[in-house]
Design a protein around this ligand. Structure first.
Ligand code: BG6
Length: 489
């Protein structure tokens, strides 16, 4: 009998097996899964790439990558188990005939084929055509791919049409690795398993929501990709909007994929478009110049390796987002994300409304509002900022600010921080698609992001400069100051 823990063996085919994503993230995650005995014993990993490598050469490259990127000690017995699963296939994926070579390796009778596209979107179509023409798609085959699904609504339509011409929607797994993070998933538990939050979660009680995804890293040698994408499409269109939907969605009927997708789509469709006339007051773009991050000198965006020194691509975005629905009317969501910022920090801060009357003026002229702070990474946990009485038996009641620590991560039981890929790879192999993104979701997100791109394209000024190692350009502070608020740093 198959249970949550068991699943049919897979042939996991990784296209782009020698590329960055595969070496840095996928192989490491497969190692961790094998270490935790979560890889089905018969599952094989078939690396496909255009480079002429032997199987032994491929294994050697993966070994080197693990030595470089593995955060935990390398264990020889795990490696022996993992490397025994490897096959390597040099292939020109633009030539459908070449897929016959893949067909000769696949064991479709006994294993489910999971096709993982760790390749640029421009090659997605070739894989679909090759698999289709050589009849390598069966009702249990799966297709897994990374964001970005396109660079705008039109291109995302085209990619999705290409997939859906040969695969059914339930066979398609669109990855946003933030949905594999323990802390992001915990948002569902926090919101829908605790009545104190289900009943205090709307414009009646919440003043504003801030979502910050700050990164220390720059573009890590990915100039070509990043310069065409920018922080808006690289981070905000996907990761930040996913976090936002988890905070803003209505309770789903159940945890089934279709019910979760439905509620997320409703939020995405309710995002108020940003247009030419308000883009300058509602959004801020930034680009880092050289500076110091954690004491280390780093180059500016235009000085990165391979840079086009004329580029006006943004490495930072901040914006005010309004959700036009009953629950969130009048509650601004402030989103902020950037590369080369002061430190890595992903967190959500929900500020509640101030009380209507203050009887503690002796302590606070204005009573500070309660805040719910959800730390996603690298710190994990939940805190509520509250007011309490200063303990004393003499004198009047005076208040002090306190933090109530609701941390859900028991330090002793802390699960290994997987960064998201481990869980998602496992779910794709098990055939559970609730943590993946549906076509409608990705297209709704693009439709909204397109409105911002179009408005930006008409502006005469480009991104504002900010020094690496800061929290972004001053204009990001002005964005909130216009609403009488500040970022919670
Ligand atoms: C990726 C982006 O999706 O997420 C990268 O392409 C970014 O530019 C990365 O650095 C951040 O992921 P994490 O898990 O480190 O927050």
């Amino acid at each position: 009998m198959m249970t949550e823990k068991t699943y049919k063996p897979c042939d996991l085919v990784i296209y782009g097996a020698l590329g960055d994503l595969s070496r840095r993230k996928l192989m490491m995650s497969l190692y961790q899964l094998d270490k935790s005995k979560l890889l089905e014993p018969q599952t094989r990993i078939i690396g496909v790439d255009r480079l002429n490598e032997s199987k032994a050469g491929f294994i050697e490259i993966v070994h080197k990558s693990l030595m470089e990127f593995l955060p935990t000690a390398f264990e020889e017995d795990v490696w022996q188990r993992l490397s025994a699963r490897f096959e390597y296939l040099q292939m020109n994926i633009n030539d459908p005939q070449e897929f016959k070579k893949l067909g000769a390796i696949l064991d479709q009778k006994n294993r489910i084929t999971v096709n993982y596209l760790a390749i640029p979107p421009s090659l997605f179509k070739s894989v679909c055509t090759g698999l289709n023409k050589t009849k390598l798609i069966h009702k249990e085959s799966r297709l897994v791919m990374e964001k970005p699904i396109g660079h705008d609504l039109q291109s995302s339509h085209e990619i999705n049409d290409t997939f859906q011409a040969v695969f059914k929607e339930e066979q398609i797994y669109r990855i946003d690795h933030y949905l594999g993070k323990e802390t992001v998933l915990n948002l569902l538990a926090l919101r829908f398993a605790n009545s104190i939050f289900t009943t205090n979660w709307s414009h009646d009680t919440i003043d504003n929501v801030q979502i910050t995804v700050a990164e220390e890293v720059g573009i890590e040698g990915r100039w070509d990709y990043f310069d065409h994408s920018g922080q808006l499409c690289d981070m905000l269109q996907n990761h930040l909007l996913q976090i936002l939907t988890f905070i803003a969605m209505e309770p789903p009927v159940s945890l089934e994929a279709k019910n979760i997708h439905q509620e997320k789509i409703k939020v995405l469709k309710a995002l108020r478009p940003i247009s030419d006339w308000d883009v300058s007051t509602k959004t801020v773009r930034g680009q880092y110049t050289k500076g110091y991050v954690q004491g280390k000198e780093v180059p500016g965006y235009l000085e990165e390796e391979g840079a086009n020194t004329e580029s006006s691509t943004e490495s930072f975005v901040a914006m005010r987002v309004d959700i036009d629905n009953w629950r969130w009317s009048g509650v601004p969501f402030y989103l902020r994300t950037g590369k080369r910022m002061n430190r890595k920090r992903t967190e959500i801060i929900i500020t509640f409304k101030q009380l209507p009357h203050n009887i503690f003026k002796a302590s606070f002229q204005d009573l500070p509002p309660n805040k719910l702070v959800i730390y996603l990474q690298p710190k994990e946990g939940v805190e509520i900022e509250m007011l309490s009485k200063v303990p004393c038996i003499n004198g009047s009641i005076r208040l002090q600010k306190n933090k109530l620590d609701l941390s859900f991560v028991d330090a002793k039981k802390k699960t290994r921080a997987s960064g998201g890929y481990e869980r998602l790879l496992l779910e794709a192999m098990r055939g559970n698609n609730k943590l993946f993104i549906s076509r409608e979701e990705t297209e709704a997100a693009w439709a909204w992001v397109d409105s911002i791109q179009h408005a930006w394209n008409k502006l005469s000024d480009g991104p504002k400069a900010y020094s690496a190692g800061t929290w972004g350009p001053n204009a990001a502070d002005a964005l909130l100051a216009r609403d009488g608020r500040t970022w919670e740093d």
